[in-house]
Design a protein around this ligand. Structure first.
Ligand SMILES: Cc1ncc(COP(=O)(O)O)c(C=O)c1O
Length: 455
């Protein structure tokens, strides 16, 4: 089965650069044809594999392709897929330390490496989650438990108006009402306005509410802005608020010197969300929550059960089941550990540095075009712009048309976002497969699309 899979995978991956960047024609028909009752009898693997590669997989977005500059790219390192194959095939249980001490230690190593990367102290720890959304949820739950206790109906969370929606979801799932979450305005650079934050906290205190947590972004999804982390950290310190940094998009740039400079202050966080399936280029399904003091995560989640072994007392031996809502879970450690061990930090640093260079190059060339307004230059590898037009409404229309025209050319895929009521086109460079060629194609397609439109 593995050999047959490889016969399909090798040409599939080789063809990624020339595969359509999106393919939806006939998708409805396809999904109708895929609906079927549970088969009574089995089918040969080769036939199922053919169905997958010929009919099922080609539809949708080419998220693994080099021209994918949409949303937040990841790429999907093959090494991680091999790690998953090994993990699933041996099927050791990593929910509790005793069941697989060696594999749990590898996963613990990964989390320790991440904590070191962002500068958290020795007592820090965390958990690999399925993504950034559940990492943000873990942070909200830990903060709620630590700062507000069991009764939190008067607690308040603060974040910027441009924070990822998973933070609002996390607050709701963690039991906060919508009116307990403050959406603080951003400044002209789309970064959380610290004066407005301080004012919001003061207003809530005066009204007898309990400010509890601030969520800052280290790279917003909309424009890539890194919030002023040192000023927010200082404010949180003075106000005794939990300081969470959602670094799902930007966190792994800490591998690079320029990234560390942009992320200064992240080491003062009480918790940090990282997303290895973004900045570490892994396949979808791996996020990470780090907390400054592992005990805070444990205290928020741990509940003993008589049918389970007693939790480990050695602080270096972690029972993942005590750190989050899951008991049984997949072995997420191997898919992160294997690529990190095989490439080393140097491999990731080099690739992430290249992404920063590519984004700077694309930004400079696009900003120089007379028809373009560069709305949000890159703090890291994401920037946003729009077409200049006589009115904002015409600018929206022209920017949407430009996106369509670029995507239709098929080399790169871009997505847009609405910020402050205006439509922006984003470029996010984060796939290990994206290189100078794709940036040159992006700029050439942009120029020719602009030349062909009246605006
Ligand atoms: C800044 C930020 N936070 C959180 C998330 C949610 O991460 P995930 O999709 O892994 O759940 C995203 C996803 O794009 C993001 O960009």
């Amino acid at each position: 089965m593995v050999a047959q899979s490889m016969d399909r995978l090798v040409p599939f991956i080789a063809a990624l650069p020339t595969a359509p960047n999106h393919h939806m024609d006939g998708a409805q028909k396809l999904v109708r044809s895929l609906r079927e009752p549970l088969p009574e009898k089995g089918a040969p693997f080769r036939r199922l594999l053919g169905q997958l590669f010929e009919r099922v997989i080609p539809f949708g977005l080419n998220t693994a392709g080099p021209g994918y500059l949409a949303y937040i790219p990841g790429g999907g390192l093959f090494h991680a897929a091999v790690g998953d194959l090994l993990a699933g095939a041996v099927n050791r249980y990593v929910g509790i330390w005793q069941a697989a001490p060696g594999l749990v230690q590898l996963e613990t190593n990964v989390i320790r490496w991440f904590a070191d990367l962002v500068g958290l102290p020795a007592g820090a720890g965390g958990l690999l989650t399925t993504g950034g959304s559940l990492a943000n949820l873990a942070a909200v739950v830990a903060a709620r438990h630590d700062r507000l206790g069991e009764h939190f109906s008067d607690g308040v969370l603060y974040t910027s108006a441009l924070v990822h929606h998973s933070v609002y979801k996390a607050a709701r799932v963690a039991g906060f009402r919508a009116d307990q979450v403050r959406s603080v305005p951003v400044d002209a650079h789309f970064r959380l306005d610290v004066d407005a934050l301080a004012a919001a906290i003061a207003t809530d205190r005066t009204a007898g509410r309990r400010p509890a947590m601030v969520v800052a972004s280290a790279g917003t999804t909309a424009t890539g802005a890194v919030d002023p982390l040192p000023a927010i950290a200082a404010l949180c310190g003075r106000e005794k608020l939990w300081f969470h940094v959602d670094a799902a998009y930007g966190g792994f740039f800490a591998f690079t010197e320029r990234g560390r400079a942009a992320l200064v202050g992240i080491d003062r966080a009480d918790s940090v969300t990282l997303d290895p399936h973004k900045g570490l280029f892994l396949p979808y399904g791996t996020g990470c929550i780090l907390v400054r003091d592992l005990q805070t995560l444990r205290a928020a989640h741990q509940i003993p059960a008589s049918y389970l072994p007693t939790s480990e007392s050695d602080p270096a031996c972690w029972d993942f089941a005590d750190l989050g809502p899951e008991l049984s879970r997949d072995n997420r450690g191997l898919r992160v550990w294997l690529p990190l061990k095989m490439h080393g930090a140097a491999g990731f640093r080099r690739d992430l540095d290249e992404k920063l260079d590519l984004a700077l190059d694309a930004h400079a060339r696009i900003a120089a075009l007379p028809q373009i307004d560069m709305v949000a230059p890159p703090d890291l590898s994401l920037f946003a712009f729009r077409v200049r037009a006589p009115t904002p409404e015409l600018g929206d229309v022209a920017t949407r048309q430009l996106a369509q025209a670029i995507n239709d050319r098929g080399h790169v895929l871009l997505t847009g976002v609405e910020v402050n009521g205006r439509w922006l086109l984003r470029v996010c460079v984060l796939s290990f497969r994206t290189h100078q060629k794709q940036i040159d194609e992006l700029v050439a397609d942009l120029e020719s699309a602009l030349a062909a439109t009246p605006c």
